[in-house]
Design a protein around this ligand. Structure first.
Ligand SMILES: [Mn+2]
Length: 344
């Protein structure tokens, strides 16, 4: 692990819940975790201390957190005065506090995010299960989507099936968008009523053992016209092209370009208004990114979304999103449907 190479006066300080869970396997809503060349030290308050001591014995040095003041004084007196933190996850007040204590603070974001973006076999199993639960719930929800139902109703049916299927919750606020509402990439699910001859876009995911899934499917309630069908087939092709051509070692920028260039070639460049994808794990949005601004390289065992979409303001929108994993250099799908247009 990266922290075993640290100098004796250095440590990574983890303050956010998900990263702390990643390195300890213990769920908690507070705690200071230090990663040093010697191992892991977790300062945790009395709500978790005894349980933590029991389950982390031999893996993490667990200490009772009385006050943060005491923690930082103890760490400083042990000779550690340089802390790496994830700048994207620490508040300004936490940052200033560290400087006030006299620590030199360095950005550990890149290393932490890269480490967490490459998944272990156990993590992959949890993500696959989160995908399976979400997809089964989606299949069960389809018969409930009929002319006259509201977006909120469909959302509640779907979320209920995900929880019954074993999910602990949703990985983000479920999006159900009918007709022109689907033209807004991240529409807020409303009381809009489904009409005949409207599209239905559903973007959802669930959490299983702390790991997330993310999927979007676009269906049609009635008979689609040529403009919709052409756009649907273009988005599907953009999705499959990315799936077939992303490989171990490709830059996030170039992965995004696969779908973007294709949509441009069929005259839809201006309608694909967001990134192609993002990493998925303990967080539903994490490293790597697949976008024109990405600084990441896609590697084996990374899990990410492939989600091209086109949006016609005031008319309709189409997005087809999969959660996928890179295995042995190639994209492996975590959903196995053919993604052809579903007519409701
Ligand atoms: Mn997504």
């Amino acid at each position: 692990m990266f922290y075993t190479d640290l100098k004796p006066n250095q440590a990574y300080l983890i303050l956010d819940d998900k990263t702390r869970y990643y390195f300890t396997g213990l769920q908690s809503s507070a705690g200071h975790l230090f990663l040093t060349s010697k191992g892991k030290t977790l300062y945790i308050d009395s709500r978790y201390y005894y349980h933590a001591n029991e389950v982390l014995a031999g893996k993490v040095d667990v200490k009772l957190l009385k006050t943060t003041d005491a923690v930082f004084k103890e760490v400083l007196s042990s000779g550690i005065d340089e802390l790496f933190i994830d700048y994207s996850l620490v508040t300004v007040s936490e940052y200033i506090k560290l400087l006030t204590y006299g620590f030199k603070v360095l950005d550990g974001q890149t290393v932490l995010q890269q480490t967490m973006s490459v998944k272990t076999e156990d993590e992959l199993k949890c993500i696959q299960k989160a995908c399976d639960i979400a997809f089964e719930a989606f299949t069960k929800t389809l018969p409930f989507i009929k002319t006259g139902v509201t977006e909120s109703y469909v959302k509640s049916v779907l979320e209920d099936f995900m929880r019954k299927g074993g999910a602990s919750g949703t990985s983000f606020d479920t999006i159900v968008a009918f007709g022109k509402n689907a033209g807004v990439p991240h529409h807020e699910t409303s009381d809009a009523i489904l009409q005949d001859n409207e599209c239905v876009l559903m973007d959802f995911g669930c959490v299983y053992k702390n790991y997330c899934s993310d999927i979007t499917r676009t269906m049609f309630n009635g008979t689609p016209d040529k403009k919709f069908l052409d756009a649907y087939n273009a988005v599907l092709k953009a999705n499959i092209l990315a799936e077939d051509n992303i490989y171990h070692g490709i830059l996030g920028i170039d992965a995004d370009k696969i779908s973007r260039d294709y949509l441009e070639s069929v005259g839809l460049a201006g309608y694909f208004t967001h990134s192609l994808g993002h990493g998925i794990g303990l967080n539903v949005h994490e490293a790597p990114t697949l976008s024109p601004k990405s600084i990441n390289t896609l590697l084996n065992n990374m899990v990410f979304s492939i989600e091209p979409g086109v949006y016609f303001d005031g008319e309709f929108g189409i997005r087809i999103e999969d959660t996928v994993v890179l295995i042995d250099g190639k994209v492996q799908k975590m959903f196995n449907d053919d993604k052809n247009l579903i007519i409701l």
